[in-house]
Write a protein that binds this ligand. Structure first.
Ligand SMILES: NC(=O)c1ccc[n+]([C@@H]2O[C@H](COP(=O)([O-])OP(=O)(O)OC[C@H]3O[C@@H](n4cnc5c(N)ncnc54)[C@H](OP(=O)(O)O)[C@@H]3O)[C@@H](O)[C@H]2O)c1
Length: 252
């Protein structure tokens, strides 16, 4: 029987690359996101290439009712999720804390922390029942180190770091693995979103060095997800070779 991988935020970047990598490995997919057209397009493209089944669920992870209603609407056999990739997330703004925008703060906290919690709260009981599963939380190097103008984003990812640790403790009796993945700079739509689609500012983030790609992260996640049953990578920080920590880059 094919395994099922559920990926939140599959319409772009790391999530989309995960969908492509897991499809290639023969997993059936549940892909989610707010941009419905992108989900349909991805579903169409992947089904054209790979002999797999895909369910697209169009919801906002910030809305607990939408999360529960959509996930609970899955046919029973689709609830046998083997891998959950909690990827949906964003940074909004790069202002110092005394100039921060409440809307940006709400969006980051509601998506990165509460959204991840709502999705996990719905799916983990299904894994617990079957005594098997793997949750991969996309945290960030920003969850390990705080940088200027990133207090709230970093705080939201520190929360993910703590939630991953707590989740692992609560889930360990049920044979559920929890892996916390902390990428450094990955070139996706992330910086475009952070800088409100200001392309010059977004491009400057990745200037002078070779950033990671969504595919690099997807391959790393696939590695974590395909280790033997008794092996779990708990925490993983991955950066481009030119990035030493959250703020130190070697730019040519
Ligand atoms: N890129 C980096 O440098 C980097 C580094 C470390 C960690 N990360 C983390 O990696 C994850 C993926 O980011 P990315 O780099 O791939 O950025 P991206 O290309 O902007 O993708 C973000 C994804 O999250 C989804 N999303 C955002 N808000 C959502 C909401 N309220 N409800 C449902 N889905 C939502 C988006 O889908 P819709 O807009 O269609 O809903 C999109 O599919 C994020 O958690 C991010 O914090 C990124």
């Amino acid at each position: 029987m094919k395994k099922i991988c559920c990926i939140t935020g599959a319409t772009s970047g790391i999530g989309k690359a995960c969908a492509e990598s897991f499809a290639k490995e023969g997993y059936n997919l549940i892909i989610t996101g707010r941009r419905k057209e992108r989900l349909s397009q991805l579903e169409y493209e992947l089904k054209k290439i790979y002999p797999i089944d895909i369910v697209s669920l169009n919801f906002d992870v910030r809305d607990s009712i939408e999360v529960e209603t959509n996930l609970n609407s899955l046919p029973e056999n689709w609830k046998n999720i083997d891998i959950l990739i909690n990827n949906a997330g964003l940074a909004a703004g790069r202002e110092p804390i005394f100039e921060g925008d409440y809307k940006d703060w709400d969006q980051m906290i509601d998506t990165n922390i509460k959204g991840l919690l709502y999705v996990s709260r719905t799916i983990i009981p299904w894994m617990k029942e079957r005594k098997t599963g793997h949750i991969i939380n996309i945290c960030s190097i920003a969850g390990k180190e705080t940088y200027a103008g990133g207090a709230v984003y970093c705080a939201s990812k520190s929360a993910v770091d703590a939630i991953s640790a707590g989740m692992r403790i609560d889930c360990v009796p049920y044979n559920i693995k929890v892996t916390n993945v902390c990428p450094g700079a990955v070139e996706t739509e992330f910086s475009l979103v952070r800088f409100k689609w200001d392309k010059d500012k977004a491009d400057a983030t990745y200037k002078g060095y070779e950033p990671l790609t969504g595919e690099d992260i997807a391959q790393t996640i696939l590695y974590c997800a395909t280790l033997p049953k008794h092996v779990c990578i708990n925490d993983l920080v991955i950066t481009p070779t030119s990035q030493a920590n959250a703020t130190t880059f070697h730019r040519e």
